[in-house]
Design a binder for this molecule. Structure first.
Ligand code: APR
Ligand code: PHB
Length: 389
């Protein structure tokens, strides 16, 4: 079997890449180890930057997102007994975010690939990468797929990054001493906008998925276990951290899904080796406070699509050679923003009273200075894509 681009992983990165390549007349095969049902149900983040929304619409896969997604023109920072709105509409006019679950994006992309006769294989076993320096091929479940190039879109725990010989990649990482406990609940959101709450007991986030479904996160210790968090405890803690301003009451409901996510920043450099190109979580992850993970994956895939279109069109490897450098600027901006949002809003055990005063002073600055608030807003809605990126 042969294809132009062998893609490992049917997350947002792999599926969007396959779709964008198809629009350029480039063939691909997507190999995913999980079932279709599993990837379509996996609950992840849900904030789409303006550029991500534009990319999906331009690619013809934005119809349901435009219908069902929730456009947001601001977020609230809540601390010290008051809420403070960061108004995107005023600070970065014309730019906003859309709340639409990542698994909905995945469903739309799978549907589009299958409708176009795309080759997406689920429950594929034992994918291995070979001959990355010359004529690459993939093996899986007793089959062989020859490719011109391989795209490693298999997330943080995939097989692509470890297939690069030792010593080639440099890794930069930061572990945080806490995690996020996330729940999806069958209850109408208690607020129209997302609430990022900083309290002495830790961070809490109120988000949503639809007029009837809310999403919440709690900062918990890094070694927290779901068994220690029965429903009652989760709601009580959410109430304590969110019901801190006059007149705000948290509506509660049935918890449909729950999970604990470690908080980590991670970047590998370069994001390529031989004929292997890494995209999305396979190359970098961010703590979720800035909601950048999915958006960075989309940005990588845009760059890779342009580079592959040039390569298959004219044989030029210039853009492919520059793929990693072209992506890493944005990757590091998002790393910094995610680290900044995380340190601004979470409690760190090692913080002394001086550090807490500094954090509160910084929050006051961000919520009172237009310049500081604009920095937050501009990064949150996402920096524009450079031409061709
Ligand atoms: N073989 C085949 N598929 C694999 C393998 C493997 N060995 N290992 C992992 N996969 C699959 C996973 O099952 C998953 O479906 O690769 C896919 C990777 O998808 P994601 O983890 O969603 O990563 P990505 O597509 O880069 O999306 C970016 O945005 O919100 C963030 O972290 C969040 O997943 C999100 C990311
Ligand atoms: C979400 O809705 O899942 C979400 C929102 C904002 C974040 C992270 C996750 O910063």
């Amino acid at each position: 079997m042969r294809t132009q681009v062998g893609i490992i992983g049917a997350g947002p990165a792999g599926l969007l890449l396959s779709h964008l390549l198809h629009l350029r007349g480039i063939s691909s095969v997507v190999l995913e180890k999980r079932s279709r049902d599993y990837v379509e149900r996996r609950v992840r983040a849900g904030v789409l930057e303006q550029g991500t929304v534009d990319t999906l619409v331009e690619a013809g896969v934005g119809e349901r997102m435009l219908r069902e997604g929730l456009p947001h023109h601001g977020i609230e920072l809540r601390y010290g007994g008051a809420g403070h709105r960061i108004a995107f509409d005023k600070l970065v006019p014309g730019r906003s975010i859309t709340v639409y679950g990542q698994q909905e994006v995945v469903k739309d992309l799978i549907a589009a690939r299958l409708a176009a006769g795309g080759d997406v294989r689920f429950e594929v076993e034992d994918v291995e990468l070979h001959a990355l320096e010359s004529q690459p091929y993939l093996t899986f479940g007793g089959e062989r797929l020859d490719c011109d190039v391989i795209a490693g879109c298999d997330g943080f725990h995939g097989v692509s990054r470890p297939a690069v010989p030792e010593g080639v990649l440099s890794v930069f990482e930061r572990d945080y001493p806490f995690a996020w406990l996330g729940i999806l609940a069958r209850v109408a959101p208690s607020s129209e906008e997302l609430i990022y709450a900083r309290t002495e007991r830790g961070f809490a986030l109120h988000s949503m998925r639809s007029p009837a479904v809310s999403r919440f996160y709690l900062q918990v210790p890094a070694d927290a276990r779901l068994d220690d968090w029965p429903d009652e405890r989760i709601w009580e803690e959410l109430r304590t951290r969110l019901e801190t301003v006059p007149g705000f009451t948290l509506a509660t409901g049935e918890i449909m899904e729950r999970g604990i996510t470690p908080m980590r920043g991670f970047v590998t450099e370069p994001m390529q080796y031989g004929r292997l190109y890494l995209a999305g979580d396979a190359a970098h992850i961010v703590p979720p406070t800035g909601a950048k993970g999915l958006n960075l994956a989309v940005a990588d895939v845009r760059v890779l699509t342009e580079a592959l279109a040039a390569y298959f069109g004219s044989g030029s490897t210039e853009l492919l050679d520059g793929y990693s450098d072209a992506c890493l600027k944005r990757v590091w901006r998002a790393q910094h923003f995610s680290w900044w949002m995380t340190t601004l809003l979470h409690t760190f055990e090692e913080d002394d009273p001086y550090a807490r005063k500094l954090q509160l002073s910084y929050l006051d600055y961000v919520t009172s200075s237009e310049a500081a608030a604009t920095t937050l807003a501009e990064n949150y809605v996402g920096l524009p894509f450079e031409p061709g990126r």
